[in-house]
Design a protein around this ligand. Structure first.
Ligand code: NAP
Length: 273
């Protein structure tokens, strides 16, 4: 895609699922990639070992394309981590041109039972984290007087309510106005801000159904196109929006959802016949 070669891209939550696919896709496009991870790689726990392997797999694939890549640790919900992460990326890659706010979590629970700490945690990662990363990257872009692009990985739940995931719904709803507000504020200074809204996507966040054929079929029955999406399909639209192919697009969310935002219950004209 036009305009990605040689650009420096920071991907948050880049060790897993959609973030990993995005990191690999940008490398395929000739961009240099900073992959953010949260957990301590030195830890010996099984989960951290899996992350380490994913990171190595991701770096190997990126290295195949002859681009630079670095890994940067940060918990995006912590201001000091984000400041350090963006600083480290600028220092090691020589700058940042594109930010992908991908890191995200969800915590289920009946809304009247949710502990406020769980609610706050989801908002801190998904919304505050995205804002903090955007703030730091925008400061850098303005300081250098150069254009840039920010892509927020939102969700269909930016507009579709998600009962039992109140923090998640609220965070993604907020992401819509984060995208639109920053887009409007910085449009005249060459910084474009857009979002993708994935539908059900095969990644570890959906471990409750992706490996269970019956549950997967149940999920896919709700999707007009009849299947879940892949992380690579999300990465392709992310790269498009960040590239010069999307040079005149700002403030938009592109839903990549197999038709999930089309009110699938209206497939038949039940309300009129
Ligand atoms: P995933 O495989 O669970 O990946 C989430 C990533 O975010 C992990 O790398 C995780 O790292 C990272 N992360 C979590 N908390 C973090 C923090 N505080 N600081 C830095 N990184 C953090 O999930 P995914 O499906 O790829 O999700 C990626 C994004 O897509 C999320 O924003 C999610 O809301 C969105 N999305 C996904 C779907 C879907 O169906 N999969 C649908 C709509 C939207 P650790 O493992 O180290 O915590």
């Amino acid at each position: 895609m036009k305009g990605l070669q040689g650009k420096n891209v920071l991907v948050t939550g880049g060790t897993s699922g959609i973030g990993q696919a995005i990191a690999v896709r940008f490398a395929e496009e000739g961009a240099h990639v900073a992959i953010n991870y949260r957990r301590d790689l030195a830890s010996v726990s099984e989960t951290d070992e899996r992350i380490h392997q994913a990171l190595e797999r991701c770096c190997d694939r990126i290295a195949e394309h002859g681009v630079d890549h670095i890994v940067v640790q940060a918990d995006v919900s912590k201001e000091e981590d984000v400041v350090r992460m963006v600083g480290e990326t600028i220092e090691k890659l020589g700058g940042v041109d594109i930010l992908i706010n991908n890191a995200g979590i969800q915590i289920p629970g009946d809304s009247h039972e949710v502990e406020v700490e769980a609610f706050d945690r989801v908002l801190r990662v998904n919304l505050r984290g995205a804002y903090l990363c955007a703030r730091e990257v925008i400061r850098h872009l303005l300081g250098e007087g150069k254009p840039g692009a920010i892509i927020n990985v939102s969700s269909v739940h930016q507009i579709i309510p998600k009962p039992r995931f109140v923090g998640y719904s609220v965070s993604k709803g907020g992401m819509q106005n984060l995208t639109r507000t920053l887009a409007l504020e910085y449009a005249s200074r060459g910084i474009r801000v857009n979002a993708i809204g994935p539908g059900a996507t095969i990644t570890p966040i959906n471990r409750s159904w992706v490996d269970d054929p019956a549950k997967k079929a149940e999920v896919e029955a709700h999707i007009p196109m009849g299947r879940a999406g892949t992380a690579e399909e999300m990465a392709a639209i992310t790269a498009f929006l960040a590239s010069d192919e999307g040079a005149y697009i700002t403030g938009q969310t592109v839903y990549v959802d197999g038709g999930l935002t089309l009110y699938p219950d209206f497939r038949t004209a039940w309300s009129s016949e």
